[in-house]
Design a protein around this ligand. Sequence first.
Ligand code: ADP
Ligand code: GN1
Ligand code: MG
Length: 379
Amino acid sequence: MVSPLAMNHNLFSITRNFRIAGRFISAEPYGNGHINDTYIAWWERDGTRVRTLHQRINHQVFKDPSLIMANIARVIRHLRRKLAAIPGADPEREALSLIPTRDGADFYRDPEGNTWRTYIFIENARTYDICETADQAREAARSFGRFQDLLTDLAGDPLRETIPYFHHTPRRFATLQRAIARNPCNRASDAIPEIRFALERESLCDLVTAGLADGSLPSRITHNDTKLNNVMLDTFTGRGVCVIDLDTVMPGSSLYDFGDLVRTCTVDTLEDQPAPQRDIFRIDLFKALVEGYHETAGNFLKRAEIELLSMAGRLITFTIGIRFLTDYLEGDTYFKTHHANQNLDRARVQFQLVRAMEQRETEMQDIVSATFRTPHRQP
Ligand code: ADP
Ligand code: GN1
Ligand code: MG
């Protein structure tokens, strides 16, 4: 459970360490992330109010914040350079921009040992927690596909792994099995149907990791946290503007990235909605995702990846579901929670979605096949 003090940092003193022009007015917590602490700060600059975005990196989750920041700085630099060469693209708005510290670094370490970074606030754009329209789904998928496409030629050493085995479903499954066996908070008896659901699906676990290990699926630079609320859409036009939340950009599989779009865009309810008693899966939004992803990722995806696209959503939804269930059993130590049983509620929604996708597999496969039959077109 997140401590009430966790989001009570002195932003006036933190922000003074960054090169921000203007007079500090105020700051407040911002966003719905489960890991880092995000704030906006307001400034008065030349008679107008401007804002900046500040994040404290969760160093329990990201053991080496400087490694994340090195990855992120490299990725941003590459994206901006590529965007600058695309006619009509706007590197200032379509890639995150780090504001340096007063001594020119990408992050500031406070006296308590917390690592802070500051981004230019992207105005006239917003994120969504629930996907409302097919256009939003299409734009989200286009944005993440383009993000991957722009990173296919990142030169130099591979990006560092910011969390080892992050999307390794078999390891996540083994961790769940250990949590069930240890049952440290005596919560297993409250989650019997969920535990049974998870244990019955062990065969799903290596769908992608086996292919990555034997080379039949390519390892790429992927985002690895492609939730709908990690892409900003233009407030007026609805077009995809900028992919954000780059902490987990590292080598991975396009399938986990596409899958997390499916997990978060094809469901008509919040991730932690207690027991939604209805069909929560929207196949129309799945179709829009496939079409959007085809537009921007169609030129680099391999046949072996395309063949698994219809299963990718099910795989990551299962993976995140077992992570939520594990955290519930272990006493809510990883994901921020704001009320009792929230991680169990989250796991239940994930598993309900997995079940719905199992039932609609043929339709999903038909949509992928029909869309990827036509040649890709870059807009
Ligand atoms: P977390 O890792 O906690 O999910 P995010 O980086 O996703 O944190 O940021 C949380 C929220 O803050 C996002 O969903 C988005 O609404 C907003 N946000 C993040 N970066 C920016 C930015 N540069 N400009 C405007 N809003 C942003
Ligand atoms: C976390 O930070 P945030 O809220 O974007 C998590 C993801 C999960 C997601 C579930 C580093 O993402 O892996 O899919 O919650 N990030 C990390 O909503 O564990
Ligand atoms: Mg986020």
